[in-house]
Design a protein around this ligand. Structure first.
Ligand SMILES: *Cc1c(COP(=O)(O)O)cnc(C)c1O
Length: 383
């Protein structure tokens, strides 16, 4: 049996915190602002820069970002949202909370990304939003999905929880979709502990997003229904939530985002090592990519023989390699099952799930740890 990678289980993903990140947070803690202060604006400008100049609205999580995007898109009970099952359940559940009926469409076999053709076939005259996910960090063709949505009077949301810092044909993720949502959870490409952002090229959509995340409060004199009430006056015109990301966490984000390029390079290097080691192996499938993509890889989804997935997974865990499975098809969750969603609906996604194991992938993974993950995977899989 091969040597263990470490005494503790090596995680599949983890944050990379440098002294400069810590200093940035400490500075914010010593300032006058803990919640909504100058760091929020500064972080939003930095997000905007990596997202191709679109407006950014910082929020408390990737889940909050999706909820804000669906509400700002005007989702009402009875509207349909076409999306992928190969995702964390929040992509669908936040739309369901806004009242939408979720319509799942299947994915591409090689990348795990929502199939444009499957999405097209799922669109009806009730479709209000199409939501794709940049699975593992690989950007979908946002222009094609946006065009499909707009042709049908719908909006396109890109759940880019995995792909902060990715590009397609030189265009950063965040530039093309009506809404792009980011997550800054610690395992993701950069972190604010909990955190996320909604990004949009539209001033009107950005304003709606900003209002919903800020309890719906309106202070602009020109928009008040009762402008003469007094200087203290503010109004709420729509029921809303508090999803504000505090200054202290934005300070971490401001520092992290300067390291995004370095993170992407390291993630790509590890991805390349895994591809080189597993590509030639007959019993393994490496993740597909797209011409023109420069992904900030969040996951390394290796596929093994479905019948052996569980055994390989358990053996790797026993050897201290913190593998994960991303994802159980969203509609297999009992909450969807109880609504009548049946297995077999998206067979490509289901097969992908049956074969998938995510290997450790994060910037702090050392060269020798990468080597040991490779040796152990090859050893467990056998020849
Ligand atoms: C992580 C993730 C989310 C949710 O982000 P949180 O910050 O954890 O709320 C949404 N969608 C996808 C695809 C994710 O991976």
């Amino acid at each position: 049996m091969k040597r263990k990678v470490s005494e503790n289980v090596l995680p599949y993903g983890r944050q990379s915190i440098a002294d400069e990140d810590i200093e940035s947070v400490v500075e914010a803690l010593r300032s006058d602002w803990l919640t909504t202060g100058p760091k929020v604006d500064e972080f939003e400008r930095a997000i905007s820069e990596v997202a191709g100049g679109s407006q950014a609205v910082a929020v408390t999580s990737g889940t909050a970002a999706l909820h804000v995007a669906y509400v700002a898109a005007g989702i009402k009970p009875g509207d349909e949202v076409v999306t992928t099952p190969m995702t964390f359940v929040a992509t669908a559940s936040t739309a369901a909370i806004a009242g939408a009926k979720i319509v799942f469409a299947d994915v591409e076999e090689s990348t795990g990304n929502l199939s444009l053709e499957a999405a097209r076939a799922a669109v009806t005259d009730r479709t209000k939003v199409i939501t794709a996910v940049d699975y593992a960090g690989l950007p979908v063709d946002a222009v094609a999905f946006r065009d499909l949505a707009h042709e049908n009077g719908a909006l396109f949301i890109e759940d880019a929880a995995h792909s902060v810092g990715s590009l397609l044909n030189g265009v950063p993720v965040g530039k093309e979709a009506d809404f792009t949502t980011f997550s800054f959870f610690p395992t993701k490409n950069m972190t604010t502990a909990e955190g996320g952002a909604v990004v949009t090229p539209s001033d009107e959509l950005a304003l709606r997003a900003r209002r919903f995340k800020g309890q719906g409060l309106i202070r602009e004199q020109s928009e008040l229904r009762y402008p003469d009430e007094g200087p203290w006056h503010q109004e709420v015109h729509d029921f809303s939530l508090n999803y504000r990301l505090p200054d202290v966490l934005c300070a971490l984000g401001i520092s992290q985002i300067t390291r995004l390029g370095e993170f992407r390079t390291r993630r790509q290097w590890i991805h390349d090592q895994y591809n080189a080691a597993f590509g030639p192996h007959e019993a393994l499938k490496i993740p597909g990519t797209t011409p023109g993509a420069e992904p900030a890889w969040h996951l390394y989804p290796l596929r093994v023989e479905a019948a052996r997935r569980r055994q390989i997974f358990e053996e790797l865990r026993a050897r201290g390699i913190g593998v994960q499975v991303n994802y159980i098809p969203a509609y297999w969750h009992p909450v969807f099952e109880d609504l009548g969603y049946q297995r077999g609906m998206c067979p490509v996604a289901e097969q992908y799930y049956r074969e998938e194991i995510s290997l450790p992938l994060f910037p702090g993974l050392k060269d020798d740890q990468v080597e040991m993950v490779i040796e152990n995977v090859l050893d467990v899989v056998g020849s």
